[in-house]
Every structure is written in structure tokens, then in C-alpha cells.
Design a protein. Structure first.
Length: 87
């Protein structure tokens, strides 16, 4: 089982990317002013279920135990078109 959570995160951001050689601004603004930005972050966590205490794996006389994984970021602002590296 995979749980996916998509979260909008509101930030104040100063962002400027320059070409090292030319000094030309490739992205962002050079004024150094913070801007309100919303980032869309997608998290995924894998849950594993297993039957414990049963005579064999085909039996239904045991109890189900849930193993909870760790959250990991699978995409940020749809840069990866979802989660191509985790499918």
C-alpha cells in the first residue's frame, strides 16, 4: 500500500539564478526582495501488511500487522511529473 499526500506550502522566497560566465539572470529576480510563493510538494510512504500468528501464510486465523514506512518527497512543483523515479 502506498500513501500519497500532496501539500501546498506557502513561502517567502528570494530566488535568483545567474549564469556564472555572463552574469545573465536565468531565473528569478535580482532585486533581493522576498516574494510570496506556493510550492506543491508530494510525499509518499509505503505501508506493508503482514499476517502474524497464523499457522501458514494461506490461513486466516492470524492477525494483520501494519508496518509503517517513512515519508519521502517524491515530487516538488511537478518537476518529476509525479514520481517517475519511485514507480
Amino acid at each position: 500500500i502506498t500513501v500519497v499526500a500532496q501539500v501546498s506550502i506557502n513561502c517567502k522566497e528570494i530566488f535568483c539564478v545567474r549564469d556564472v560566465e555572463s552574469g545573465e539572470i536565468i531565473q528569478g529576480y535580482e532585486d533581493g526582495q522576498p516574494r510570496d510563493v506556493t510550492h506543491l510538494v508530494r510525499f509518499e510512504m509505503v505501508l506493508k501488511e503482514r499476517l502474524v500468528g497464523a499457522e501458514d501464510e494461506e490461513a486466516e486465523d492470524g492477525e494483520w500487522e501494519m508496518q509503517i514506512g517513512r515519508w519521502q518527497i517524491s515530487d516538488w512543483d511537478d518537476i518529476l511529473d509525479g514520481n517517475v523515479f519511485f514507480t
